[in-house]
Design a protein around this ligand. Structure first.
Ligand SMILES: [Zn+2]
Length: 267
């Protein structure tokens, strides 16, 4: 297991870097001494992960950056730096882990059961309430994302109301309590675009810490129904052939990975 004896600085959804740092290197850790010298006193700098040895600082969103520092949205840095899927232990994967944990640390200061101030558990990555003994682990929210294809060898891509710049991507949705991953896929496709699917197969997964998702990617076959976007979450949807694709999501997303794989391999 690689040990990363470095540190990250976050501010809201942004990564904070020295002014002269290259965006392509944004996902690599900074030296601990640089981060401690520049930010000690402005934020808590815990070791976020004993296994990898990473430390991180989460600045208040209103804090002014020290001279010589700048910030870049993590997702923008990802589209510049990432190639293919983000894997555990890669520079992007390590940063995702640190960012996920730092957000969780901020949101788990108090016990969700009795309201006391939480401490860190003596072992493992957990909060421990000193009053009632409740433990809290980093929350991970599973979400499915699915490439649906039809008999004309076209893929279903949709424009979500939250997407910028006319981007079309795969349909996705959070898993609800009591659901299997397959039932989530069937429900989401019915709700969002009014179609039925079958032949659901696992494709790939990727952490997505905005704020705490695990994206579980699948493929499925169109099995019926007239395509009809719900008009709320999905504003437009259509069937696209490989040689006439719309604007796609950026690198470093599981959606782009699955679309690229379909384009190159036909699966
Ligand atoms: Zn408690």
């Amino acid at each position: 297991m690689a040990v990363v004896d470095g540190a990250y600085v976050f501010q809201g959804p942004n990564l904070v870097l020295p002014h002269d740092a290259d965006d392509k290197q944004a996902f690599h850790t900074l030296s601990r001494s640089l981060v401690f010298n520049s930010f000690d006193g402005h934020c808590e700098i815990p070791t976020v992960d004993g296994e990898y040895g990473m430390a991180a600082c989460m600045l208040d969103t209103s804090a002014a950056l020290p001279k010589g520092w700048r910030s870049i949205p993590i997702r923008q840095a990802l589209s510049v730096a990432a190639r293919g899927i983000v894997t555990a232990g890669s520079p992007e994967g390590l940063l995702f882990r640190a960012y996920h944990i730092m957000q969780w640390r901020r949101e788990s200061r108090y016990c969700g059961s009795c309201g006391s101030l939480n401490g860190d558990a003596p072992q493992g990555l957990a909060r421990l309430c000193p009053v009632c003994g409740r433990q809290e682990f980093p929350r991970i929210s599973p979400a499915v994302i699915v490439l649906v294809t039809n008999d004309r060898d076209e893929a279903l891509l949709a424009h979500n109301a939250n997407f910028q710049g006319g981007i079309y991507s795969l349909l996705a949705g959070f898993v609800e309590a009591g659901e299997t991953l397959e039932s989530t896929i069937i429900r989401e496709l019915r709700e969002e675009v009014n179609i039925e699917v079958d032949t659901i197969q696992y494709a790939a997964s990727q952490p997505w810490p905005f704020p705490n998702s695990l994206m579980l990617g699948f493929t499925a076959r169109y099995a019926g129904g007239a395509l009809k976007p719900d008009g709320k979450e999905i504003l437009d949807a259509g069937w696209f052939s490989r040689d006439a694709l719309p604007n796609l999501p950026g690198n470093g997303s599981v959606a782009r990975f699955i679309i690229d794989r379909w384009v190159s391999r036909g699966t």
